[in-house]
Write a protein that binds this ligand. Structure first.
Ligand code: PEP
Ligand code: MN
Length: 693
């Protein structure tokens, strides 16, 4: 063929291809138009379903739809597998759209807000950033991503209101849970509102295409490096350097512009920084996914028609089989657990916190009943939130059904749905102090501290000085308490004094003395905390933490103490009713901590003959209303030592679970509350008398 002729033929072919491409473009445009029109119709269906309460999905209708589309596809020469795949995507989109619509109605903070701020760990291109972009894609231009350098900062951004949501990695399907995030969740004041999953494909990235043997230094996140351990072990000369974020590792080699350096991160990160992928998919496991949680300051409601998950954290009772009992409750309620992860409790060796994810919605009565059952057997329980599950279940079409559909004549119109509308959840009766109420938990709560069991049929004595004044004083007191048969040693280190000029306590030094005295004489100790900043150091050393009468309604202190794993004693406020006390303890319980002792310590009345008036009936009344142990403090009630022994006997007689009394080796020299401090012999006599009733 002549050269000219060849050129002409090539030109014709090119023109033909261009024509076909432009036809394909207009077909694609039509496909997009059709998808958009379909979406509009779906939105209308969503608002109809929201109004009449009909179920979100109807698998019978979905199956009929798929079978019908397979048949139509076959008529036009498309194979069943391809049609099913395309329509599964279309149905997924339709379901997500309807879920978002229902969620928007159930919660006022869904899309529509001007700017949505999302905190994530790392820099642009990190896996967290990729997951965040995927999860929040529906917000379009309105999203601002705020990169943070630690998980702690990510959570704080939400707690402090600088971000509306945060995204945090919680597990990788190959390497397991992200412990740091689990540990932070326990102490944070956030709720879980969503989850996201992304496939993880680690790549080896360099500034240009070089042979792997030229690489000398490799950067990556510690967990990512370990997920690629097998690949890395093929290059024993590589020097591995750990950075806190995958994208940061890529940025590091970009900035260095050194072709002997490589980073392990996602392909997206390589693209973002304009670098080269030397090797794709280098993880030990061919398929791995990262799961993320989305958190916000407030919990969300999930429409009962949306497949939903709930996460919680709990510590079960300290006895054999208690975890099994808790898990059995879920099974008996037909609730499927999707995750159980255990983490140690700092400061409580050999004890574990369990993180549980299950399929279910807090708005569902079955879930509520399971949770109240589980709560009874726990020392700590905190529900982190209910959120829509990220997994969409696809309606399967069996191959033989697809084959039959392909051969069948045109199907009749799909029959209207036969499934009934979902029953709206019945409103639960709201009691001001639900968790503390005996209606909620008929059996007594028992609290175990250092070999002492508080509550039930036990009568326990807490004794010691008002304040820890010196090492010698508290040692002397501990010896006396032990010898006379007391169970727990008390001593104030932070003192709530009426006058700012009075002795304020020895603080943390006093706590060290008290802890040493407790250890020496084998007694658990109790001391008071007055402000949030001291919760952590006091929880580290004291077996029980006391919240004094003046702080009974310090709600932020109550909430913070509710997030600890130490038993608490909550004293009744000077001018508070029994109901006020029960509502106050609800603040502690609702944050998770279920181990609280209530203490009646006298209230203000018109009577001035005693320091306060001991409301002795509070003990039997509280025992009727709540399952929590109830103590009486006759010392602060009476304010006078001679009245303490008879009131202590009265406390036992009316069924209190114990007493808390003050004594002092030399009451005249006491730095606080001397007049009500028993002398040692008086204390011994009282203990003997108590033994007789
Ligand atoms: C105490 O027990 O040390 C104390 C200060 O008690 P209350 O909070 O009851 O006054
Ligand atoms: Mn006192």
């Amino acid at each position: 063929m002549e050269t000219d002729q060849v050129n002409e033929t090539n030109e014709n072919a090119d023109e033909k291809i261009n024509q076909l491409r432009s036809q394909i473009n207009s077909v694609d445009e039509k496909i997009i138009e059709c998808l958009a029109s379909r979406r509009k119709l779906v939105s209308e269906i969503a608002s109809g379903k929201a109004r009449d309460g009909s179920p979100l999905r109807d698998s019978k209708r979905e199956q009929e739809l798929l079978v019908d589309r397979i048949r139509i596809g076959k008529e036009r020469g498309l194979d069943a597998y391809f049609v099913t795949k395309v329509f599964h995507e279309i149905i997924d989109d339709s379901v997500r759209l309807q879920q978002e619509y229902l969620q928007g109605r159930a919660n006022s903070t869904a899309p529509g807000q001007a700017v949505v701020r999302i905190a994530f760990h790392g820099i642009e291109g990190s896996y967290s950033h990729i997951a965040a972009r995927k999860h929040f894609s529906r917000y379009g231009e309105q999203v601002v991503f705020l990169g943070k350098t630690s998980f702690d900062e990510v959570i704080k951004a939400v707690e402090q209101g600088h971000a509306d949501y945060a995204i945090l990695p919680i597990e990788n399907t190959a390497s397991g849970g992200i412990n740091d995030v689990y540990d932070l969740l326990l102490h944070s004041q956030i709720s879980l509102v969503g989850e996201e999953k992304i496939p993880v494909t680690h790549c080896l990235i360099a500034s240009k295409n070089v042979p792997l043997t030229q690489i000398k230094r490799v950067f990556g996140r510690p967990n990512v490096i370990s997920e690629c351990g097998k690949f890395i072990s093929r290059f024993p000369d590589w020097q591995i350097e750990y950075l806190s974020d995958s994208a940061l590792s890529v940025k590091r080699i970009k900035d260095a512009n050194d072709s002997s350096m490589a980073a392990i991160a996602s392909e997206e990160a390589a693209q973002l920084f304009g670098l080269t992928v030397l090797e794709r998919d280098i993880s030990n496991h061919r398929e791995s996914f990262n799961r993320y949680i989305i958190v916000a300051r407030n919990p969300i409601k999930v429409d009962v028609r949306i497949p939903c998950k709930t996460s919680l954290v709990m510590a079960t009772a300290q006895r054999a089989g208690s975890l099994v009992e808790a898990l059995t409750v879920f099974r008996d309620h037909g609730i499927n657990l999707t995750k159980l992860e255990s983490r140690p409790i700092p400061g409580n060796p050999w004890e574990e916190m369990f993180y549980v994810d299950f399929e279910g919605n807090l708005a569902d009565e079955r879930v509520q009943s399971a949770l109240s059952e589980v709560t009874k057997g726990t020392r700590f329980i905190k529900v982190l939130g209910s959120y829509p599950s990220s997994d969409l279940v696809r309606t399967p079409v069996a191959p033989e059904v697809a084959a039959a559909a392909a051969a069948a004549p045109a199907a009749k119109k799909a029959a209207p749905s036969e499934s009934k509308p979902a029953e709206p959840a019945k409103p639960k009766t709201k009691k001001a102090y639900k968790l503390a109420s005996r209606d909620n938990k008929p059996e007594d709560t028992l609290i175990h501290v250092g070999g002492v069991t508080i509550g039930g049929d036990n009568f326990s004595v807490i004794a010691g000085p008002c304040s820890v004044e010196s090492y010698d004083q508290i040692m002397l007191c501990a010896k006396e308490a032990k010898a006379a048969g007391a169970h727990i040693l008390r001593g104030g280190c932070f003192k709530p004094r009426t006058s700012p000029y009075s002795f304020q306590g020895l603080g943390l030094q006093g706590l060290d003395f008290l802890a040493e005295a407790g250890r020496t004489f084998g007694m658990p100790i109790i001391t008071e905390v007055m402000s949030e900043e001291y919760i952590e150091p006091v929880a580290a050393k004291s077996d029980i933490i006391q919240i004094g009468a003046r702080n009974m309604q310090n709600f932020s202190l109550l909430k913070a103490i509710g997030r600890t794993q130490r038993p608490i004693m909550l004293k009744r406020g000077l001018s508070s009713t029994i109901e006020d006390l029960l509502m106050a303890v609800e603040y502690i319980l609702s944050e998770g901590n279920q181990q609280v002792i209530l203490c009646e310590r006298g209230i203000r009345t018109f009577e001035t003959a005693t320091r306060n008036t001991l409301d002795i009936s509070a003990a039997p009344v509280l025992r009727r209303l709540t399952h929590l142990p109830v103590f009486i403090d006759p010392s602060h009630a009476a304010g006078e030592r001679e009245l303490v022994p008879p009131l202590a006997l009265a406390a036992k007689a009316v069924g209190a679970h114990g007493i808390m009394v003050e004594f002092h080796p030399e009451p005249e020299k006491a730095l606080s509350d001397g007049p009500q401090a028993l002398r040692f012999p008086q204390f011994e006599e009282m203990m003997q008398a108590l033994g007789k009733i």
